[in-house]
Design a protein around this ligand. Structure first.
Ligand code: 5GP
Length: 196
């Protein structure tokens, strides 16, 4: 079992090194296998790894944010047989009873209001938040605020890739949150991907 899991995440790391592309400003592009074209086999293994990590955490729900978090979250939800709810980046006309907060987008460099129905995030929920990337932790801070409004508990944060040099992981861990990142990037300097 241990070797099987290790192999899975080694596969992810290899793939990042082979197919990931660096862009100026500390952006890593993984759109050939994670967030545009997607590799369902790899995504399935990512979901299984989150399920393994959170098997004994008592979570009853997985929360993510559209669009790139949905694929890993749904795979984890399928592996754990738990519902998955995604935070929306546009306020739907028909959604009443809504919780909203403002998130700063790192990749688009703008603020936007995100929302989730209070029907799907409540004080009885103990959640795992999953996203593709952790950079500065802005999306995560938005989730913390939404959970606070709902009275929900956050059991942990799961990311496919953490860019450790941008500080979001340190910020969340220093606040006492559990953070699990399947691959951690130490640096993207000189267009070179260095993993931890
Ligand atoms: P944070 O909110 O932690 O500052 O940034 C995470 C969010 O921004 C994620 O939802 C992710 O979609 C996006 N993001 C941050 N850094 C990168 C990156 O290097 N590459 C890509 N593709 N998305 C990123």
């Amino acid at each position: 079992m241990f070797f099987y899991i290790l192999h899975n995440m080694e596969l992810l790391k290899q793939r990042i090194l082979e197919d990931g592309k660096c862009y100026p400003g500390g952006i890593l592009k993984v759109d050939s296998f994670i967030n545009h074209q997607m590799d369902p086999d790899l995504m399935c293994r990512i979901g299984e790894e989150f399920a393994r990590l959170y098997a004994d955490s008592g979570i009853n729900k997985i929360v993510t944010i559209e669009a790139s978090g949905i694929a890993p979250a749904i795979m984890a939800g399928a592996a754990m047989h738990l519902p998955v709810v995604f935070v929306k980046k546009k306020q739907p006309k028909t959604m009443e009873n809504m919780l909203a907060t403002v998130v700063h987008s790192f990749t688009k460099d703008r603020d936007y209001t995100v929302c989730i129905s209070a029907d799907f995030l409540t004080s009885t929920d103990r959640i795992l938040f999953i996203d593709d990337f952790l950079a500065y932790g802005n999306a995560a801070m938005g989730i913390i605020d939404l959970a606070r409004q709902a009275g929900a508990t956050i059991a942990g944060f799961g990311f496919i890739i953490e860019k450790a040099f941008q500080g979001g992981g340190e910020m969340l861990r220093s606040q006492g949150y559990r953070v699990d990142s399947l691959a951690r990037v130490a640096s993207l300097d000189n267009c070179q991907i260095t993993l931890l």
